[in-house]
Ligand binder design. Structure first.
Ligand code: PLP
Length: 483
């Protein structure tokens, strides 16, 4: 790495990206090209000799950008937001530029300490109980994704149970989630060896806003106990993926405690809103949980990837995940003592990036007040969109808009018109996305096709939301909804 070339080429990349962000508003949010369009432009093998950065950047501009779905477009409302920001990028540059690997404290004391400090900061901002903070006997770690975090908590819960039951007990362990929980729990349960038949999907309904009720979980748990099974793990979600629903954390926590289950609170998306006091009631009862996770890479201005996982008992996590090969043993007395955080024992991978730098720069640059204002702006835009839908008799809002996710559909014109109205809503979503002027995704609940508008892009302003409302009305007319 030659510092001068590094500086020059990095500047070229930054200029390229600055142009991208300047113009992204004018690009179709989703490319209209067919799959394979880029592959056809690429040679079969890499070049034999290196090429200049400007040639490469020109190909990014001409070949790659036109075939991107532009997640950073202010009119991207699909899935959940994946925020980028100036501070997130600065933090990522510092992390990538320094390129250290903090898998153990001895491998980089500053990175380990920064990570422990920054997860405590985040926990405090979100109002998490002290037991999840290092200062309160728990602690946190930065993973790449909620999926990884969930696998680690499932492994910790499994090992805690098997230390009582013996290894054969694994066939009796049961994991509980709702029909709205993220599929990561099912995948994670399989990875840690829970029999597929021991994964319970508890139904939810409109009457509870698609959140779990502790009665329905209790019934399932008691039936399992009666047949000799062992309740292991319960997932409560604050802000489900499909509808933004919220499970009652305190009720589920009390139930989990009664049955010795591990309770995980998944706040992947809505965890960002929990920094605002007006949303903190959604995690009332979190002191009864064993672990909590949220993704700053979704709606917290932190570029991919970054997931905070907090556990009340670091020992439960590390006893499931720690390994001590000779080539990693500490020879320095200073880092071998009890209480030293070696993050390799808090996650799956050994090598890991310096994610703490990124989240630290974001927190320093915007501060708690800046982040709260950021979240509230999106909540306000989502409310505006919801009110526009409600004022227009042709649409229904499917689940209450608790954060910044609006779920809606065209109403059936007559009783029993459900199939036809599903087809109409599907056509509406396709037409909106084909316009290139906005991008949304869908969900199906109670057999109904629902359109999801997830507000939360770093560059999204009220005018984008208002334009998108005009677009939805225009396309609704085009696909045949009554004017
Ligand atoms: N949990 C919820 C509620 C989510 O919405 C998502 C992703 O959207 C996930 C978990 C998975 O997160 P990740 O992609 O970080 O694994």
């Amino acid at each position: 790495l030659d510092p001068e070339t590094f500086a020059g080429e990095s500047r070229a990349v930054i200029n390229f990206l600055a142009d991208y962000y300047r113009d992204v508003d004018t690009y179709p949010v989703q490319p209209q090209d067919l799959p394979g369009c880029l592959r056809a432009l690429l040679p079969d093998a890499p070049p034999e000799n290196g090429e200049p950065i400007d040639v490469i950047l020109e190909e990014v501009r001409t070949h790659i950008v036109p075939a991107l779905t532009n997640w950073q477009s202010p009119k991207f409302f699909g899935y959940f937001p994946m925020n980028a920001s100036t501070a997130g990028f600065a933090g990522e540059m510092l992390s990538t530029g320094l390129n250290i690997v903090p898998f153990m404290r001895v491998a980089s004391p500053a990175a380990t300490e920064l990570e422990s400090a920054v997860v405590d900061w985040m926990g405090k901002l979100m109002g998490l109980p002290d037991r999840f903070l290092f200062s309160g006997g728990g602690g946190g770690v930065l993973h790449g994704s909620t999926c990884e975090a969930v696998v680690c908590t499932l492994a910790a819960a499994r090992d805690r149970a098997l230390s009582r039951l013996g290894h054969e007990g694994i066939l009796r362990l049961v994991v509980y989630a709702s029909d709205q929980s993220h599929c990561t729990f099912q995948k994670g349960a399989r990875i840690v060896g829970i029999p597929r038949s021991n994964f319970r999907v508890i139904p939810t309904s409109a009457s509870s806003g698609y959140g779990l009720t502790s009665d329905s979980v209790r019934d399932a748990v008691e039936a399992d106990v009666a047949s000799g099974l062992v309740p292991l793990y319960l997932c409560a979600t604050v802000g489900t993926t499909g509808l933004g629903a919220v499970d009652p954390v305190r009720d589920l926590g009390e139930l989990a405690r009664r049955h010795g289950m591990w309770l995980h609170v998944d706040a992947a998306y809505a965890g960002s809103a929990l920094i605002c006091p007006e949303f903190q009631h959604h995690i009332d009862g979190a002191e009864l949980a064993d672990s909590v996770s949220m993704n700053p890479h979704k709606w917290f201005l932190t570029n991919m990837d970054c997931c905070c996982l907090w556990v009340a008992s670091p020992a439960a996590l590390t006893s499931a995940l720690s390994t001590n090969p000779e080539y990693l043993s500490n020879v320095t007395e200073e880092s071998a003592g009890a209480g030293v955080v070696d993050y390799k024992d808090w996650q799956i991978a050994l090598s890991r990036p310096f994610r703490a730098m990124k989240l630290w720069v974001v927190l320093r640059r915007y501060g708690g007040a800046g982040m709260r204002a950021y979240v509230r702006r999106h909540v306000e835009m989502a409310k505006w969109f919801e009110q526009a839908l409600e004022a227009d008799g042709r649409f229904e809002v499917v689940a209450p808009t608790r954060f910044s996710l609006v779920t809606f559909r065209l109403r059936p014109r007559h009783e029993g018109d459900d199939d036809a109205v599903d087809a109409l809503n599907r056509r509406l979503l396709v037409a909106v996305n084909a316009s290139g002027r906005a991008f949304m995704t869908h969900f199906v609940v109670d057999g109904k096709f629902v359109i999801r508008m997830a507000v939360g892009g770093a560059m999204t302003e009220m005018r984008h939301v208002q334009d998108t409302w005009e677009l939805v009305r225009e396309k609704a007319r085009e696909v045949g909804a009554l004017p």
